[in-house]
Ligand binder design. Structure first.
Ligand code: ASP
Length: 332
């Protein structure tokens, strides 16, 4: 039987980290080949090719790094890979996988995985995660589902997944929807058929700066003014509750929105922003009247990735509200 070809690339993260006495802790060092070689039985389920793209802690991955990984993944599929797996640090998977999903148009799955425990820790789960990721990548049922995150034998949509714990191996959840599926006895099982996907963003034509702030009691919006003065092209705010700010912050909103798109998400960790429930100063109705855009279901980090993609793709400041709404039409 011919095995499907699965291309693996490593970007760094705990899954690839080994102890370094001088650094005082583990640092990314293992290559993709070494990671693949550490997984028992991997060569029995797929014909693996492995390449190291970056060796970074995931806090230092950038959108340009991810665009390079995306182009690499597209080349692998165009050259016959049935699926692609990227290994990276778990700290930023919720935004990196979402960012990749904004652009990934191939039917073949692009799976992102990592590990909470470094390879030499007792119970290191990197090899199990990599095996599950490859099993998901080779499954025909994974086709047409875009970018997914596989951790702890659980498959999550890039659009919904969040890192909800600093250390446990069960750190990833999709609080709004639950996971897409699970890996059982070597097979990827999905609970629902593939849904519709938002259209791809326009290709990136330049770099932009988009800031992300979280509001807090007593926040009068002065830091947002500094963001504007520093020349950022966009701002996302993790607002209170369903997308709210203080009186003082709300009163700055017209001036902020005159210079850049401002997206209001929620800092709560789950649930959407509202659009027509509260009417007080600083509520969603008030902020939208002043020019802000409500994030909807996207968490602040994913909202920032989407706003960056729209602006970097050349969508003008005044067209962001329309583009935001259109993109959300297909969000499932
Ligand atoms: N700090 C690590 C990183 O994101 C954590 C991990 O990989 O789990 O690179």
């Amino acid at each position: 039987m011919t095995l499907p070809r699965i291309a693996i690339a490593s970007l760094g993260g705990t899954i690839s980290m080994t102890p370094d006495a001088a650094a005082g802790g583990v640092v990314p060092r293992l290559s993709a080949e070494q990671l693949a070689a550490s997984v028992p039985g991997l060569s029995e389920v797929a014909n693996i090719s492995a390449e190291s793209l970056f060796q970074l802690p995931s806090a230092s991955l950038s959108f340009p790094n991810l665009l390079a990984a995306l182009a690499w993944a597209e080349r692998q599929v165009d050259a016959g890979a049935a699926g692609v797996v990227l290994t990276q640090g778990t700290d930023s998977i919720e935004e990196s996988a979402f960012f990749l999903d904004l652009y990934w148009q191939r039917e073949a799955p692009l799976i992102v995985t990592g590990a909470m425990r470094a390879p030499q820790s007792a119970g290191a789960e990197g090899p199990a995660n990599l095996l599950s990721a490859v099993l998901a990548a080779r499954s025909k049922d994974s086709r047409g589902r875009g970018v997914m995150v596989v951790m702890n034998d659980t498959i999550h949509a890039a659009r919904w997944v969040r890192k909800r714990h600093t250390l446990t191996v069960q750190a990833f959840e999709s609080p709004e929807t639950g996971p897409l599926g699970v890996i059982v006895e070597g097979i990827a099982h999905y609970f629902h058929p593939a849904g519709t996907r938002p259209p791809a963003l326009p290709p990136v034509s330049g770099d932009v700066r988009v800031a992300l702030l979280e509001t807090y009691m007593g926040d009068d919006g002065q830091i947002a003014e500094l963001v504007r003065a520093a020349g950022y092209q966009g701002l996302v705010i993790g607002g209170f509750g369903a997308g709210h700010l203080s009186f003082g912050f709300a009163e700055r909103m017209e001036a902020l929105c005159a210079d850049m798109p401002v997206i209001i998400a929620t800092r709560t960790g789950a649930g959407p922003t509202t659009s027509a429930t509260y009417g007080y100063i600083g509520s969603e109705v008030d902020l939208a009247r002043r020019g802000a855009i409500m994030a909807g279901w996207l968490c602040p980090r994913k909202a920032r990735a989407l706003l960056w993609g729209m602006l970097a793709g050349g969508i003008g400041r005044c067209d962001i509200a329309r583009a935001w709404k259109d993109w959300h039409q297909n969000l499932r």
